[in-house]
Design a binder for this molecule. Structure first.
Ligand code: GDP
Length: 195
């Protein structure tokens, strides 16, 4: 049994004041369509756990999944939607920004990026913004099955090099389709929770 396999939907939050008290939590963030929901479902070994995050009207919310032992997995709203009304975008920036900056029980951030298009401008902005917290970031280069082995190695090396100036940032390949990379994520997250 891995740490994610006990995950149960806990609550949806739309305002900072409604955030639940937790002992420790890890959060997943990524561009829309990066494969974030698939990654959460794969790690939890469930087909529709993260489905709730995709329910229309809930995509801008923060979803909590209980991992047991007062530990939580947090699904943050995706960024980079092509067309979002200004008021929605502003609410998103406010909620997500304040969550990332002020949430003391957040112990580490898992960032999902499509392995074919890693480190887009919004990803860089996110890394730069979160860097101030001094907390670790682990990047999953998702949909790795869409790259040849050789291209996976090249991409991994290039991303590592591009992030050499970011202390506390690690990166790996991941595929929800092939279920590869799950052990590595597990190791990182257990390390964070046990630290
Ligand atoms: P989200 O918007 O970041 O939550 O992304 P989703 O998890 O909904 O995935 C976006 C699209 O990418 C969907 O069509 C998925 O089927 C596809 N996808 C996600 N993970 C993988 C993967 O590991 N391999 C492949 N080939 N496709 C994937």
């Amino acid at each position: 049994m891995t740490i994610f396999q006990n995950a149960r939907f806990f609550t949806t939050v739309n305002h900072m004041k409604d955030l639940p008290a937790t002992r420790a939590e890890v959060a997943f963030v990524g561009r829309s369509n990066s494969g974030k929901s698939s990654a959460i479902n794969t790690l939890a070994n469930r087909t529709r756990l993260a489905f709730v995050s995709k329910t229309p009207g809930r995509t801008q919310h923060i979803n909590f999944f209980d991992l047991g032992d007062e530990r939580y997995l947090v699904d943050l709203p995706g960024y980079g939607y092509a067309e979002v009304p200004e008021a929605v975008r502003r609410h998103w920036v406010e909620l997500l920004g304040r969550y990332l900056q002020t949430r003391s029980s957040l112990i580490g951030l898992l960032m999902i990026m499509d392995a074919r298009h890693p480190l887009k401008e919004l990803d860089h902005n996110m890394l730069e913004y979160f860097r101030m917290t001094g907390k670790p970031v682990h990047i999953l280069l998702s949909k790795a099955d869409k790259l040849s082995r050789q291209d996976q190695h090249k991409t991994l090396a290039a991303v590592k090099q591009a992030l050499a100036d970011y202390p506390g940032v690690s990166v790996q390949m991941f595929s929800s389709l092939k279920k590869t990379g799950t052990d590595e994520v597990e190791q990182v997250v257990v390390g964070w929770f046990d630290a």
